[in-house]
Write a protein that binds this ligand. Structure first.
Ligand code: UGA
Length: 448
């Protein structure tokens, strides 16, 4: 039988899990968040989100106070409580390899299963190599008490950092990888709140009901496509640079074709973050294992184009300061992998900063949200508490994350603080005409 409002547990309370737990509680579900990291659970139970995500703090506190949302470190409690168990643990890149590290998925499932006492649905949400759902099903069969009929489903998540709540409550689509009618109905009951929101807004939420491997592949296919689109425009930037063209105008012009679309065509220092880079690598590793590596060879090219853009930002800076970075004072604006986030995982900004420092530059970095994380990732450079402090007396300024604050910075004010008015716009987020009029030597990515 299908409960009207299934009780949900969310295993793993990182970016994905915490957002999912809070959003589902907001829709009226009873939710229990589970993590082995006691400090994370204490923080969340106390109403603090351990990362920066607009709107999430307030929503967390609201749902804690109604009692609908609770947190625990006990898998026994989770098993007792939940009808549906979402697996939201991390699948990071394995050290020294391109593949995904599946140890957290394994340990979540193996920790939960023995405590189960009734039929339940284990739903994978983490981004995983194709074939994982089958493996999770085997793990459940091995570790859950016999005869309960516990089932597995795969339900990938497409949230973007900075828009995580919105993407969870109003998704572009839902994908259900299922093996039974019961599993499908459980997921439909679980997402009833999301469907109702969509309908109220006069917008259906399309749902693709499919098999395990398709559901798993949808996620990595989507992220591979996005990464490819970015590297495509960055490849056009490389060509534009030698041809004397302007990639921003090129992107605008091709983007008017609705088949191409104008999103994800911003050339710059490329993609980073906790998802796109690791996902395209893990996808290649998995395809290799399956003997179909040749089909994804282009993703290696996508990765290399992306990396060359980081190098380009360094060489543009080097050229601007007169040929050698050794001893040059460089003010870097931006550390996070994108604006409105405090995340510096695989951030192009941090990578470029590191290379500038390795080439002998004296670098000072400012970022509106990411300083603490950046300092941990790259302790060897200096950090400032304002843009103006970061660029004071600089021989060159390098913009690496397109925060609003930098887009709207006044080139005259900044110009008065630097030693030399030279700027590398690694995100093509400044207006070259305005900066040049204020006396700056300007270099963008893929445009003169
Ligand atoms: C990405 C996907 O967009 C989500 O759909 C997906 O759910 C998520 O990964 C995930 O797998 O969990 P996210 O990592 O938050 O989301 O970041 P994006 O907004 O996709 O940006 C990724 C990177 O691409 C950023 O470094 C951004 O600066 C860069 N980018 C984006 C460009 O360089 N150019 C563009 O035109 C767009």
């Amino acid at each position: 039988s299908i409960p009207q409002r299934p009780r949900l547990t969310v295993l793993g309370t990182g970016y994905l899990g915490a957002t999912h737990a809070v959003s589902m509680a907001e829709l009226g579900y009873e939710v229990l968040g589970v993590d082995v990291d006691e400090s994370k659970i204490t923080k969340l139970a106390d109403g603090q989100v351990p990362f920066h995500e607009p709107g999430l703090d307030e929503m967390l506190r609201r749902n804690l106070s109604t009692g609908r949302l609770r947190f625990t470190t006990s898998y026994a409690e989770a098993a007792e409580f939940g009808d549906v168990h979402f697996v939201c643990v991390g699948t990071p890149q394995k050290a020294g390899s391109m593949a995904a590290d599946m140890r957290y998925v394994e340990s979540a499932v193996v920790s939960l299963a023995p405590h189960l006492t009734r039929k339940a649905l284990v739903v994978g949400k983490s981004t995983v190599p194709v074939g994982t759902a089958e493996w999770v099903e085997e793990l459940v069969a091995q570790h859950a008490p016999a005869g309960l009929g516990v089932e597995v489903a795969w339900n990938p998540e497409f949230l973007r950092e900075g828009f995580a709540v919105e993407d969870t409550l109003r998704p572009d689509r839902l994908v259900f990888g299922v093996k039974s009618e019961w599993a499908q109905q459980m997921l439909e009951a679980t997402y009833k709140g999301v469907y109702e929101l969509g309908v109220a807004e006069d917008r259906e939420v399309p749902t693709v009901v499919t098999d395990f491997p398709t559901a798993e592949l949808v996620k990595v296919a989507a992220n591979s496509y996005l990464a490819t689109k970015i590297s495509f425009i960055n490849a056009m930037a490389e060509v534009s640079e030698v041809a004397g063209a302007d990639v921003t105008q090129l992107a605008r012009a091709i983007g008017y074709d609705v088949r191409i679309g104008n999103k994800f065509l911003r050339a710059g220092v490329g993609f980073g973050g906790g998802c796109l880079p690791k996902d395209i690598r893990a996808f290649q590793a998995r395809a290799d294992e399956l003997g179909v590596g040749h089909a994804l060879r282009f993703l290696n090219e996508v990765d290399q184009i992306n990396d060359r853009r980081r190098e380009k930002a360094v060489s543009l800076t080097e050229e601007l300061v007169g040929g050698s970075l050794d001893g040059a004072r460089v003010g870097v604006l931006g550390a996070t992998f994108k604006p409105n986030s405090d995340d510096v995982r695989d951030s192009p900004a941090v990578a470029v900063t590191r290379r500038l420092a390795e080439a002998g530059a004296q670098v000072t970095v400012y970022d509106p949200q990411g300083i603490d994380n950046a300092r941990r990732a790259l302790p060897t450079v200096a950090y400032a508490t304002s843009a103006l402090d970061a660029i004071r007396d600089a021989d060159a300024v390098v913009v690496l994350t397109e925060w609003e604050e930098f887009r709207h910075a006044d080139p005259v004010t900044l110009g008065n603080a630097v030693a030399h008015k030279r700027v590398v716009d690694g995100r093509n987020c400044l207006d070259p005409a305005v900066w040049r009029a204020a006396g700056w030597e300007y270099r963008g990515m893929g445009r003169a």
